[in-house]
Design a protein around this ligand. Sequence first.
Ligand code: ATP
Ligand code: MG
Length: 236
Amino acid sequence: MPATARHLAELPPDQRRAALAGLSAEDLQRLEYEWRFWARPDQLPPEGDWRTFLLLGGRGAGKTKSASEWIRAEMESGRRRNMGIIGPTADAVRRIMIEGPSGLLSVCPPWCRPSYEPSTRRIVWPNGGVVYAFSAEEPDRLRGPNFDGHWCDEITSWANAADVWDMLQMALRIPGPQGHPRRRVSSAQRRRTSRCSSRSWRHQARSSAAPGPPTTPATWMPVLSPTCKTSTEILD
Ligand SMILES: Nc1ncnc2c1ncn2[C@@H]1O[C@H](COP(=O)(O)OP(=O)(O)OP(=O)(O)O)[C@@H](O)[C@H]1O
Ligand SMILES: [Mg+2]
C-alpha cells in the first residue's frame, strides 16, 4: 500500500484497485482514520523543536482538520494531557472545533473516541487526557488554567486578539510529558489571491521548558496577509 493518499492517487487505475482490494474491511476503517496517509505535507506539524506553528489557508484548505488531528495525536499518544482550544465565539468552538465535520469528535476513531461534556466544556479522552474549550469572547476564563498545549482557531476573527493572546501566554506553562508546551494556530487568510505556494521556516528555536518572551500577535500579524493558498510557519 502506498504511504500516502497522493501516492495512491498517482498509481494507474488497475494498480490502485489492486492496492485497495488487498485490504480487509478493518484495514479500510483504520485507513480512514490514518491522518498521515491523508494529510498534505503542509498540514502536518514539522519535526524538531518548535513552540508555535501557524497554518494559514483559504476557505476549506483543511486548517481545522489539521489542528484537530494534531490534538487527537497528542492526546491519544499521551504526549500531552491538558490542552486548550480557543475559538472566536463559544458557538464556533462547539459547532466547528468540537462537533463540526473537521472537529475533534469527528476526527477520532470509534475505538478511541473522547467524550464531550458541554456543561464543563471539557473533552475527555479514554486515557484521561483532557481538552478544555474556551471562547476568545471570555478572556477572563483563561486566567486560571494551565495547559501543555493549545489550539487557536480563526484567530483573525477574535475580538481583543492581543489581550486574549497575552492571557494565553500565561496559560501555556506546563511542559507536556514529552517536553515544552506547544500551540497550533490556524486561520483563514484575509485576502483573495490566485497564487498557490507554501512556505515553512524556523523563526526562532527554543529548547527550554520556560515560556520565554511572549510572541505577541504584533510579531506575526503581518504574515496574515499572505499571497499563497496555504502557508505554514514556525513562529517560535
Ligand atoms: N488532507 C485531507 N484529505 C482529505 N480531506 C481533507 C483533508 N484536509 C481537509 N479535508 C476535508 O476538507 C474539508 C474542509 O476541511 P476544514 O474544515 O479543515 O477546512 P478549513 O480550512 O478549516 O475550512 P474553513 O475555511 O471553513 O474554516 C473537510 O471536510 C475536511 O474533512
Ligand atoms: Mg476551519
